[in-house]
Write a protein that binds this ligand. Sequence first.
Ligand code: AKG
Length: 287
Amino acid sequence: MKMHFQKHGWVLVRGIFSPCEIEELRQGVIRSQAEALKGSLLSNPYLNRQSVLNDHVLSVVRSILGEDPTYFGDSNWSSGFTPGVIGFHKDNPDKERQDSPDWMSDYTIIRTGIYLQDHSQYSGGLGIRDCSNYTVDTTKGQPIFVPTQVGDMVLWSLRTTHSGFMTRLRLLPNLFIPLSILSKISRADYSPPKFLFRSLGRDLRMALFSSYGVLDKHLERYIKYLCLRRYAVQTWQQSRYSDETKILAQKQGLKILDLYEKASQIKLESTYVDHNPNWEGLLGGVL
Ligand SMILES: O=C(O)CCC(=O)C(=O)O
């Protein structure tokens, strides 16, 4: 598993959850949406034990990282279509230059995706550019439809090029269509023509995403970067962890970096909705 991850920049792990547990997670997303719970998954009473604190999830994450993971509140539930998510991108801060710090040593921050419906036959799953974790060039690497089934978890390096909402042709479901074309035909509400493309499988496409790292210079850099990104600061500002949650995390060997206090001091007006290649120069405005 770890060797595949290091070489390819991603790995698919089958059968982490039972179908029944996936239905419970779907219910948790529905309740979170109804109550507008926008904090990180660890602060979410309907989802935390079943996702971020789940034994199986943590043992897979631990084996990829090679040590006890650190959780820093970069996670979310997703329900329905998020405009802008179709398009190959990287999650790490240094997206442009191969000689920047993210690319000078092994990368140690990973993201997990738990898709709460089948994407082995249906549209809406994760697309990965295989072996793209060693280049800043987002056009490099064979595009793959990650065939997640109900109960699976996919993990990728933040340096790996990926896209949400891969869309499968009805007749040639593994034929890759350039995402620039797809995002045009999908329109704002994700409605690719049904006669050509496969559906999402369920009425609502739901997924859970969480990042984990180890306490090192990559994580320090990524957190600085996230202090400039509005979505991350908003998430931290809405994430309170109960003592019970903290004790449970400690028992599970999950280290928590609680960024609530730090985020509370950041003004949202000084943060950015989009990635800015010159982000380091902007840090003075927030930190
Ligand atoms: O929505 C998806 O499938 C992908 C989400 C994504 O790109 C991310 O969480 O980094």
